[in-house]
Every structure is written in C-alpha cells, then in structure tokens.
Write a protein of this length. Sequence first.
Length: 229
Amino acid sequence: MAFRIAPSILSADFARLGEEVRTVLAAGADVVHFDVMDNHYVPNLTVGPMVCEAVRPHAVKDGRPAPIDVHLMVSPVDRIVPDFARAGANIISFHPEASMHVHRTLGLIREHGCKAGLVLNPGTPLHYLDHVMHELDLILVMSVNPGFGGQKFISGALDKLSAIRARIDAHRAAGGGDIWLEVDGGVKVDNIGAIARAGADTFVAGSAIFGAPDYAAVIAAMRSEISRA
Ligand code: DX5
Ligand code: ZN
C-alpha cells in the first residue's frame, strides 16, 4: 500500500507560497493540499484558481509535477470546477452538502481531466457514498469541522475511516477502481499511527508541518509512525 503525505498550505507562509510548496515537497511530501474556503459554506476565506495557477509551477518533486489536491469548501461547487482544472488542479474534492447534484459534480470534475473526491464532515453520514463509489477516486474524511487549521483531531474519525476502508476493499474486490482514503484535520506525529491503522493512506497535515522549524524532520517522523502502524 502506498502512503502519501499531503501538507495543507493553509498553514504555510502565504507571502512566500511558491517557496513553501517547493520546500515542503523537497522535504519529502507527496501531494500539495490546497484548501479553498468561501466564507459561505465555511466561515473563512482563502484562495482561488488564480493562486492555484501561480502555485502550479512550484509543485514539482524530483523534477516532475506533484499532484495538487484541491479541497473545495465552497457552495455552489460546479461553477468553479473548470477554473481549478484549468489552473492545474489534479484532484478536486467537495462536500456533498454543498452540491445540489453530487453525481453530476463528480462527473464534471472527471470530464475536466481531474480525479474526483467526496469529503465527509464529522457529522456527515456514509450513505452519501452509497451510489457513487464508481465515480470516486478519493474519499476525504474530515477529522475536524472544516474552516480552520490547527484544530484538535476528533477521534470519531477513526471508526469512520475503518468503515470506509471496508467499503473501499469490498469495492476493489468487486472489480472497482482504486480509491484513495484521505484524512484531514488535527493530524500530528503522535496520532498518525492510529490513523494509518484505521485505514487512511493519504494524510493531510497543515499546522503539524508548517508550524515546525524542520519540515523534513516532521515528515520523516510521520512516515516512521505510519510504517510502524
Ligand atoms: C480545515 C482544512 C485542513 C486544515 C488542516 O478546514 O481542510 O486542510 O488546513 O490543518 P491542520 O493539519 O492544522 O488541522
Ligand atoms: Zn483540507
């Protein structure tokens, strides 16, 4: 199984964003997690497609483009999807409560050449996955309520991850495609092992990485906890 570390640039220095992205990828990260907030679906406001486009040339690892994982915390969703695809997003995920037509939005993301993901808040039930597993490339489990970095991990996310891991395994066994299981919120070196045991394979971490002086040391410690788990 492949494990991916996806630093959330929400906690990076926005005045030096390109440099932060290059530094964190050189420090061992795999994916750039790009948090988009609209002060409507969530009570905070961040960045849009223009900033994604500006970051794109900096998202390079070992001379090759690293995936930009756009986490849309916006409503409505569909209007902005093509803009992010054009801005160089590789993965686009959204919250089902924020879209009037979940199946249509997943199709729209894929039509624009991106991988599509659904994001489940701590209070969002798993039944949103029931009829769309074949349209999914990624499921993102929120382990905080979305809107801010630096919040405390909600432990109920562990059971949710295990339940979704079982669904993904059943989907794969029935001939379905690969689906990444990502976790976002309050992920640190001291809980990442338990999160990996619960079934996550892609780990978003904002404050834990960008809040530390040595990104490489944090990422290495995270990988070591994952491999021991
Ligand atoms: C929260 C965002 C997260 C956040 C994670 O709404 O989706 O990606 O930046 O930050 P930490 O790792 O600090 O909880
Ligand atoms: Zn996020």
